[in-house]
Design a protein around this ligand. Sequence first.
Ligand code: NAD
Length: 503
Amino acid sequence: MSRYVSETKTILERLGVPAGALGGQLVARSPLDGGPIGAVKPTTPEAADAIIGKAAEAFALWRKVPAPRRGELVRLFGEQLRANKDDLGRLVSIEVGKVPSEGLGEVQEMIDICDFALGLSRQLYGLVIASERPDHRMIEQWHPAGVVGIISAFNFPVAVWAWNAALALACGDAIVWKPSEKAPLTALACQALLMRAIAQFGDAPEGLSGLIIGERDLGELLAEDHRVAVVSATGSTRMGRAVGEAVARRFGRSILELGGNNASIVAPSADLDLALRAIAFAAMGTAGQRCTTLRRLVVHESVYDALLHRLRTVYGAVAVGDPLAGETLVGPLIDRSAFEGMERALDTARAAGGTVTGGGRVAVEGAEAAFYARPALVEMPGQTGPMLEETFAPILYVVRYRDIEEAIALQNGVPQGLSSSIFATDMREIEQFLSAAGSDCGIANVNMGPSGAEIGGAFGGEKETGGGRESGSDAWKGYMRRQTSAINYGRTLPLAQGVKFDI
Ligand code: NAD
């Protein structure tokens, strides 16, 4: 049993999780000590089918509610999150092992996206388009898309759902969520808070927000169900390939947010003090379990030795341990298979000529069943082998470069395209990195690491990262359907392109 079991129970009660949802066969474990913290009743396929059906019925009503009124529901949900931030943040830390500021940060991100979606509910703008025909007007408007299915990963167990849920609800959609089987308790907590907001709202249709808890088969069910108009799936590229294909087969729409293999370039003009701090957070923060974690460092040969000397010291000294029990920056990996994946990648790197600093399991008292790993810094002779894959653990591979063209080619030379960054003060190199011939990623930062996105921008990446965009900017359009209308207010019937058809 985990030492966090009774605290978890108390938090779940305070957040209003119904007792009936607990006590089933799906065991939730805390990676902080590896012990069980609760059990959840998985949703049967029949119940999931009924939940999707209810959501489809709710959608038919919700789409007719004026958008600013829909925004009011999102506002109420944001208020619930504000009032319960400490509890939910703590639960995130317990269930997936995040340091306290990151657990709370995830809830803050949920609050931020609610604020954003509330504003958006008065700004779902269309267009008026000049018509080529006399006495005609053309418009483009955005209508709610339908039921939005949300499949989420363990590493952002609550924020990613909120990105999707807040926008989808403001846009007039109903939602059905299939959270990670590794984080069912935070999902129950979020659903309970949304249910409170729905009760306060008063007249939202029943079934507007559904939760289906279980393994990947429930995700497959969502992907294959023709009643689900949009499937927004966050997770590994392997999962995204399966979901993308299933959704495309039935001509549904998918938003895919998949694995990253993110690089930073350290140019000769870089501020090395700033770069060092940014690299440490981006590579080791969240124990390397962010989709935007820094995994590859491309360093100019003129600053390589100076930077690597300092990085080795940081890697040797960083505190690893239970972040709720002491002052540590690096918490546990989610489970044994994550640790084994890290070990395998390090073995492959060694076989490819890499020199490894760090790595290996860290023993933490009272947490013998948990998997804590020392972050690893791996100097590679070239960009080969495990550098081309995403290993979801704190491994930072380092290679040298000679000119900026080579650095950009290395940055782009992997199958994934999520996030990237450059450390430089030379304007020409920075602009080259940000140009059309520069980074090929969805995110390209300057003088900061690739991780830690704000909700105001569109989030997502190219190539095997899946091409989806969520969160800010105009990502809301992914949750609506576009309609173009031509309106003839004259008494004749001129046809487009001068076509004649007189009867
Ligand atoms: P995962 O792919 O194992 O699981 C993610 C979710 O997909 C889970 O809910 C799982 O049950 C479900 N799933 C798995 N296979 C499925 C299938 N064939 N059909 C339908 N559903 C399926 O990922 P994970 O280990 O939970 O999370 C880590 C991965 O997520 C990393 O690759 C990381 O980069 C990625 N990630 C990406 C982003 C992003 O925004 N790009 C954000 C967070 C995490």
